[in-house]
Design a protein around this ligand. Structure first.
Ligand code: AMP
Length: 114
């Protein structure tokens, strides 16, 4: 996989405001937040998007979602609710091709997304 801004964050080459990390994932604040709480949860494994995952990634994907829930809880947005978003490919609005989940909260979300 080619280098991305997120692989550089994982390697420590560029800084990030990290809110959670373990051996499988990293969670850090989005530097252009779209909501009062906007955290990105990424696997350390270099996978471009959900479209490129396989059955062997099932546990990792489940873990990413559990970490999203933990991040939301820690941010204090769990009770009011929040949104988890994964953009995939150009029509999905993906701009960084390292799999990531957006955790957005702290305001009421609209539906459908634009
Ligand atoms: P997406 O459009 O789904 O690929 O989301 C990429 C997200 O990464 C956007 O919300 C950007 O604001 C965010 N982003 C890009 N570079 C950085 C960075 N250096 N630190 C934190 N967030 C970033």
């Amino acid at each position: 996989m080619t280098e991305t801004v997120f692989s550089k964050i994982l390697s420590g080459e560029i800084p990030a405001d990290i809110v959670f990390e373990d051996d499988q994932v990293l969670a850090f604040r989005d530097n252009n937040p779209k909501a009062p709480t906007h955290v990105l949860v990424i696997p350390r494994k270099p996978i471009p998007s959900i479209a490129e995952t396989s059955d062997e990634d099932r546990e990792l994907l489940g873990h990413c979602l559990r970490v999203c829930a933990r991040v939301a809880e820690d941010a204090g947005v769990s009770e009011d609710g929040y949104r988890i978003v994964a953009n995939i490919g150009s029509h999905g609005g993906q701009t960084v091709f390292h799999l990531h989940f957006h955790v957005l909260g702290g305001r009421r979300m609209t539906w459908p997304p634009g």
